[in-house]
Design a protein around this ligand. Structure first.
Ligand code: SAH
Length: 567
């Protein structure tokens, strides 16, 4: 929960605004500052204090313990000009919270963590546990000193700054980051990043306790010289999905508990199969098979806990990383129509692939060190191919497109031959049709469809058939790719077909370059557009033709829903 600590009238007003904006997420603390803030600090994972920074520091100082467990604190001044990330910037999430608070209150977020201020990933921002000489190596990174980054595998992490050099060999010097799930002796100058590489397969008898399960896991990991911080999740057979001890063990460590049916586990080849287990549950292995399923390498075969009444088993497998392909829609152009999620995904990527003009549009948002593959118009297949290739190598790739990347965009060429070997994440964007519609009024209030007039990859006969269907179905139609120098008759032909089925007075909107500096909106009618011709329409235009019930209302194009209460 987010604790909101407010003392003054202005503070209480602002706190209420946050509470309204984030239903179910906040608790209000009122009353004397010392008591409220101390209580919020003890009870909440994040705190927004409407108090002077100095007052907050004095009050919470005795309670501050560890940046991994202390709550995040954001301070907001009386005039709500600034949202200051005061404590727990990265791990606690105060930097992100400051941005959220600033968004709601119209304040400016103040973030002083060095790695955020210069725009690159701090070691603790990768979302992985870190150990070792975090302070020393982190500082070297920020100071621009050369830092060696050694990883046996390519992980889908965000870009690293230029002074961080990926090496294949790790020497014994300083300024080193080692990505490993193995236990390593600490030494000055060495920071350890723990990748989520280990899957623990577990089995248990009924009534096993969480303590027994966790003790066994810790012993197995220690014996195999592996770090508990690299555990990705626990896995077991589905009939154990309700085993309280397993559920509780996973919960205590913040791990997910994945379960598989016996039939799936039975197909996994394991070193220590058991006929007894086979008879009982229908697979010769639970722990080893659930650790290995999906293609892991076994690092520790099945071990058993040695208690009399209950029993747990555990095995550990290492799984290679999978790359990540984020397919991101950038919206129609304006920065404030780019979603926060799209921004976050862009900053998460280490490789960005897209049309050169779209890359330019968001280049300032990318982390320093991001590798950019920008190609010119018409190289869709090449873009899709390089995005897939990099994701297959294991990188975090962002494939970008305008509007929504799935609408006449890059998502389908990228996924047409998808083989499941990397993760795929889609980030929706505001597509041209809805962006244009909002400028026109409410033209899509009833059934509508989109048709691309580009016959480069679709035969005109097919397109024409769809236009006829839209015409007889009386759909509002958004025409994408309406007209270019080389394709100058298709729009006229489409309008003529629609005119056979709807009134001459049907409103038509021509919306060009939505949300860009050259934005223009023209409202006309079907008959007028056909008579003056479509020469003004180009590839930056979206043509929106109303249905037979669309009409002009005080300069706005409206397609009625047909609600009875109007009449
Ligand atoms: N994926 C994009 C569409 C790509 S097809 C989206 O979801 O918006 C390209 C066509 O989209 C253009 O020919 C034009 O018709 C339309 N379009 C894209 N951006 C536009 C904008 N900012 N203003 C008007 N039309 C746009």
């Amino acid at each position: 929960m987010i604790g909101l600590v407010a003392i003054t009238g202005a503070g209480k007003g602002a706190a209420q605004e946050l509470a309204n904006a984030w239903p179910g997420e906040t608790i209000l603390y009122e009353g004397p500052a010392t008591q409220s803030l101390s209580a919020a600090f003890a009870q909440c994972s994040q705190v927004v204090a409407f108090l002077a920074a100095g007052a907050v520091i004095r009050i919470v100082a005795p309670q501050i313990k560890d940046k991994r467990t202390d709550p995040a604190i954001v301070c907001v001044d009386e005039a709500r000009r600034f949202a200051v990330s005061l404590l727990g910037g990265h791990l606690g999430g105060a930097n992100a919270l400051a941005e959220r608070v600033a968004d709601v209150l119209g304040a400016r977020p103040i973030i002083t963590t060095a790695s955020d201020a210069v725009g690159f990933t701090g070691l603790d921002q990768l979302g992985w546990p870190i150990e070792g000489d975090i302070a020393g190596v982190g500082r070297a990174m920020l100071d621009g000193e050369s830092v060696d980054f050694h990883s046996e595998h390519i992980w889908p992490i965000s870009a690293l700054p230029a002074n961080v050099v990926v090496t294949t060999e790790l020497t014994s010097g300083v300024n080193q980051v080692l990505v490993t799930d193995r236990l390593v002796d600490p030494r000055p100058g060495l920071a350890l990043l723990r990748p989520p590489s280990l899957v623990i397969g577990v089995g248990a008898s009924r009534g096993v306790s969480a303590d027994e399960v966790l003790e066994l896991i810790d012993t197995v990991l220690a014996d195999a010289q592996l770090s508990v911080h690299s555990v990705r999740h626990l896995a077991t057979i589905d009939v154990k999905a309700d085993e309280v001890g397993l559920i509780e063990a996973a919960k205590r460590r913040g791990w997910a508990l994945l379960t598989y049916p016996a039939s799936a586990l039975a197909e996994v080849a394991v070193p220590n199969p058991s006929q007894r287990v086979m008879k009982e549950v229908g697979t010769a292995s639970v722990a080893e098979a659930s650790a290995l399923i999906g293609g892991g390498t076994l690092l520790a075969g099945k071990s058993r806990s040695a208690r009399d009444v209950s029993m747990a088993t555990a095995a550990v497998a290492r799984h290679a990383p999978r790359g990540r392909l984020a397919i991101i829609g950038l919206g129609p152009g304006a920065r404030d129509l780019l979603t926060p999620r799209a921004k976050e995904e862009l900053r998460r990527a280490s490789v960005v692939v897209g049309l050169d003009q779209y890359v330019e549009q968001i280049e300032d948002l990318l982390r320093p060190g991001t590798q950019v593959f920008a190609t010119s118009l018409g190289n869709e297949e090449e873009r899709a191919r390089s995005a897939i290739l990099e994701a297959k190598k294991g990188y975090a790739v962002a494939l970008i497109g305008s509007g929504d990347a799935g609408v006449y965009g890059m998502a389908s060429p990228a996924l047409e031959d998808f083989d499941g070997t990397f993760e795929v994440v889609g980030v929706p964007g505001i597509t041209a049709a809805t962006a244009a519609a909002s400028l026109l009024g409410a033209p899509m209030g009833h059934d509508h469809c989109s048709i691309s007039l580009s016959d480069l990859h679709t035969p005109w006969s097919v397109i024409e058939g769809r236009i006829r269907a839209a015409a007889t179905g009386d759909f509002v139609v958004s025409f994408y790719n309406p007209r270019s120098k080389g394709r100058d008759w298709q729009l006229d032909s489409a309008l003529a077909i629609l005119a056979e089925h709807r009134p001459a007075s049907t409103p038509v909107g021509l919306v060009r370059a939505v949300s860009r500096s050259s934005e223009s909106v023209t409202l006309t009618t079907l008959a007028e557009l056909i008579s003056i011709g479509t020469a003004a329409v180009d590839m930056f235009t979206l043509v929106l033709v109303g249905s037979s019930s669309s009409r002009l209302v005080a300069g706005r194009m409206v397609t009625p829903r047909g609600y009875g209460w109007k009449s």
